[in-house]
Design a protein around this ligand. Structure first.
Ligand code: ZN
Length: 318
């Protein structure tokens, strides 16, 4: 299998389904010096030991500063550390140029050299163009693994130089079994709320689930006021709340159009009652308001006003 591996692979699919993990497994198996018959890494040779400790001389992981250490879902729920200069969310051109020696000097171990870029869409145009040169004139033995949540945001010329591999969601039963094996307490409802993405479900902090449950209890009461809801949220991260509200509203829209709820499968009855008084046109308008709020939710000028506006708009639906 490795003999025929393309020199650039684009592994894409939604966040939280294990793309980065797959890329790392692939990288390790390319570098392993004692592969199993199935072509998997042995886990014991010097190459595997270096890889596991992040020191393999023929491996480079390129990702935005904001993602260190590697986290598949950091873009979904990234904690904002106050008072600290925010790490860049972009892969900068210097990071790609910095690969120069690595690409031009041969392998340290007479094998492959692997560059893992994650997520590839965080390359800015300069970085993407710098990478394009390497993709167009590949050095022998070098394999690029690009991981992307949103391949449509990549330069078309970069995309066309890669062999695309789409990763889809695993079946729900399989994900639940895997979560149990990992010792996760995720329930079918948690998995559904994570959009059926098992890594995302595993990463949902339990205290966050409790806060969300209380917010959704409030939302389920027709008598709750916009200001009461904003009060409840004022210490929460605006980005997280917008994300929850998008899923909540998505389900309301699904039920209003006689579908099923997708994210809040344990609240379908409550949502069905609420939606009786919510015209679908207004729901759609609110959904688009949420999408635009999402853009500023990282840095709202005033969190309290942000939540007031959000819930006043919500209460205007019905
Ligand atoms: Zn090995």
């Amino acid at each position: 299998m490795h003999g025929r591996l393309p020199h650039a692979l684009l592994i894409h699919g939604r966040p939280g389904i294990g793309k980065l993990h797959l890329a790392q497994v692939l990288a390790q198996s390319l570098l392993c010096e004692n592969r199993t018959q199935e072509g998997l890494a042995c886990g014991a040779c010097p190459a595997c030991t270096w890889f596991a400790s992040g020191n393999h001389p023929d491996f480079r992981l390129v990702q935005p500063e904001s993602l260190l250490p590697a986290q598949e879902d950091a873009e979904v729920a990234e904690p904002v550390e106050e008072g600290k200069k925010k790490a860049s969310r972009q892969i900068k051109i210097d990071q790609i140029r910095g690969l120069g020696d690595f690409l031009n000097v041969g392998s340290h171990r007479n094998g492959h050299r692997v560059v893992l870029i994650h997520p590839a869409e965080s390359m800015n145009p300069g970085s993407a163009n710098a990478l394009l040169k390497s993709l167009e004139e590949p050095s022998p033995g070098v394999v690029f693994l690009l991981v992307s949540h949103q391949p449509s945001r990549l330069l078309a010329t970069v995309r066309s130089r890669c062999h695309a591999l789409a990763l889809t969601l695993p079946p729900r039963e399989l994900s639940l079994r895997w979560l149990q094996e990992q010792g996760s307490k995720a329930t079918p409802a948690t998995l559904a709320f994570a959009g059926d993405a098992p890594l995302e479900a595993a990463a949902l902090p339990e205290e966050e689930a409790e806060t969300r449950r209380r917010l959704f209890d409030l939302l389920s009461q027709p008598t709750s006021s916009a200001l009461g809801l904003a009060d409840f949220c004022q210490r929460l991260q605006p980005g997280a709340v917008v994300n929850w509200m998008l899923k909540w509203t998505y389900d309301l829209i699904a039920l209003a159009s006689r579908g099923r709820s997708r994210y809040n499968i344990d609240r379908e009855n409550k949502l069905s009652l609420l939606v009786q008084n919510m015209p679908i046109v207004k729901l759609l308008r609110f959904y688009s308001t949420l999408s635009s709020l999402q853009a500023i939710s990282e840095h709202p000028l005033n969190a309290r006003l942000f939540f007031d506006d959000l819930f006043i708009a919500y209460k205007e639906i019905g």
